[in-house]
Ligand binder design. Structure first.
Ligand code: NAD
Length: 496
């Protein structure tokens, strides 16, 4: 792909037409109340667009349109290959609009343009296509029975799905939800994060262009308590799929319990650890991998490896190598293709990250690189040494470019410490011993374990968390279809 310059990307951003309405039943609409909110470029606070601040009455309209579309069968009852063709067309349109989507994502979320071009947009298309392609190759089951009966075990689309999204990977998280949900035949109402709603609206526009019928995919913009909560409490929503903080995830369980007991699937926070065992090889390479594992996307990544638990044999070398990696990481204008980290997403989030870094210092952590802001909402890649289990930055999700390194005397102690937080999303393990790799990977309480690599798996493998990181199902892979389908038994008497 031909890379343009930061001036070119800034010019494209200036000339873009940004969405300004919600999408309900295939029509672009304002909030019924007329209320709006602004979405800004976090680099300089420039207002990019004014969006509808949807509330309960708008949620009602979106749910009604999704329900009508679902019950009509226009999407839910067509042949799977027909949905496949339309969703593959959507994937094509995403790829064709790569630069526009990448620029919109970068400017709205502060994400580096080269990541948006190379990862976020291509992975969005890839995800939609993968689920579309899978759909017409899946079979249901027939139960063992006597010849007098026939037991069918079938999966049916669950119905109307509410998808509530975070701001860190706006397009990709939308694809992780709508890819499988639309592929199996559900109707969906997307509630993007208020900080980053633009690309969700543009993606929905492309879905209409691809042929997804009106009402099957709706996008309502607004604040969590005003727009997300009524969706979570709605009596005619069959399932909620949520990615975001553990704090808000818990609320969706309450909303479901207090309304219609809708299905709930939660992908939440993390405090993932990389464990460097005594026999690990090539500490410089490990530091290079772990720099990406924590600093990529400004550390605003649920699987960010914000802890490194390191055997004492490698500790000094690893601390020095991580400090060198952090010092070399390029922080700057998110529209510059050379930039590795842009600004954090908002002032509120910047205050949270810098507050936790100050707490880390006050509690005895030793800063070996970074430790403060880098101008505007940018934060220096930061490495702490001498971090212990009782410190806040060992236990709490920071969601910024900040890693703490902890020294241990044995491999067993390392695994025990890796498991010693409330979270269980991902983990990384370094060892040269295949038997140890298998044994210790099983001991780590995490939904994904990378061995000698930082990994979230691929689109084909299930993604989600143990403990306070996940609830009720998985994103990605065929396993993701389970949260959007109901299992039904049909028993037929063949004697009459
Ligand atoms: P958040 O929980 O603040 O917001 C997520 C969504 O919930 C937003 O759309 C928001 O508007 C909505 N919301 C907020 N309050 C609500 C309420 N009271 N009722 C209903 N909806 C409400 O999370 P965030 O700050 O956008 O994202 C960061 C978090 O997301 C981090 O904790 C991160 O680890 C997590 N995350 C997890 C994964 C994963 O797959 N496990 C992936 C990405 C991000």
């Amino acid at each position: 792909m031909l890379m343009l310059t930061k001036t070119d990307y800034a010019a494209i951003a200036r000339d873009l037409t940004y969405p300004s309405k919600a999408l309900i039943n295939g029509a672009w609409v304002a909030a019924k109340s007329g209320a709006t909110f602004e979405t800004c470029n976090p680099a300089d606070g420039t207002v990019l667009a004014t969006l509808p601040a949807c509330q309960a009455e708008d949620v009602d309209a979106a749910v009604a349109s999704a329900r009508a579309a679902f019950e009509s069968g226009v999407w839910s009852e067509v042949h799977p290959s027909a949905r496949k063709a339309i969703l593959c067309k959507l994937a094509d349109l995403i790829a064709e609009n790569l630069v526009e989507l990448a620029v919109m994502e970068a400017i709205d979320a502060g994400k580096p343009i080269s990541d948006c071009l190379g990862i976020d947009v291509p992975e969005t298309a890839n995800c939609i296509r993968w689920h579309a392609e899978a759909q017409d190759k899946l079979y249901d089951q027939i139960a063992p029975s006597a010849p007098t009966g026939l037991g069918l075990i079938v999966r049916e689309p669950i119905g109307v799905v509410g998808a509530v999204l975070p701001w860190n990977f706006p397009l990709m998280m939308m694809a992780w939800k709508i890819g499988p949900a639309l592929a199996v035949g559900c109707s969906v109402i997307v509630k993007p994060a208020e900080q980053t709603s633009l690309t969700a609206l543009r993606l929905a526009e492309l879905a209409l262009e691809a042929g997804v019928p009106p009402g099957v995919l709706n996008v309502i913009t607004g604040m969590g308590p005003d727009c997300g909560e009524p969706l979570g409490r709605h009596m005619d929503v069959d399932a909620i799929t949520f990615t975001g903080s553990t704090e808000v995830g818990r609320k969706f369980l309450e909303y479901a319990a207090q309304s219609n007991l809708k299905e709930v699937c939660l992908e939440m926070g993390g405090k993932s650890a990389a464990v460097v065992l005594e026999d690990a090889k090539d500490i410089d390479k490990i530091a290079e991998i772990q720099a990406n594992a924590i600093f990529w996307n400004m550390g605003e990544n649920c699987t960010a490896n914000s802890r490194i638990i390191c055997h004492e044999k490698h500790y000094d070398a690893l601390v020095a190598a991580m400090a060198a990696q952090a010092a070399a990481w390029q922080v700057g204008d998110q529209m510059d293709p050379a930039t590795q980290n842009g600004p954090l997403v908002s002032e509120e989030h910047y205050a949270k990250v810098s507050g936790l870094v100050e707490t880390g210092k006050a509690q005895g952590g030793r800063v070996v690189c970074g430790g403060s802001g880098a101008g505007g909402l940018m934060f220096q890649p930061t490495v702490f040494a001498e971090i212990t289990k009782d410190m806040d930055i060992f236990q709490q999700e920071i969601f910024g470019p900040v890693v703490g390194i902890t020294k241990v005397a044995s491999d067993d102690e390392a695994i025990a410490l890796a498991n010693a937080t409330a979270y269980g999303l991902a983990a990384t393990l370094y060892t040269a011993d295949l038997a140890k790799a298998h044994r210790y990977a099983r001991k780590l309480k995490a939904g994904t374990v990378g061995v000698n690599a930082y990994s979230e798996g691929e689109i084909s493998t299930p993604f989600g968390g143990f403990k306070a990181s996940g609830f009720g199902g998985r994103d990605n892979g065929i396993h993701a279809h389970e949260q959007y389908t109901e299992l039904k038994t049909i028993w037929i008497n063949l004697e009459i």
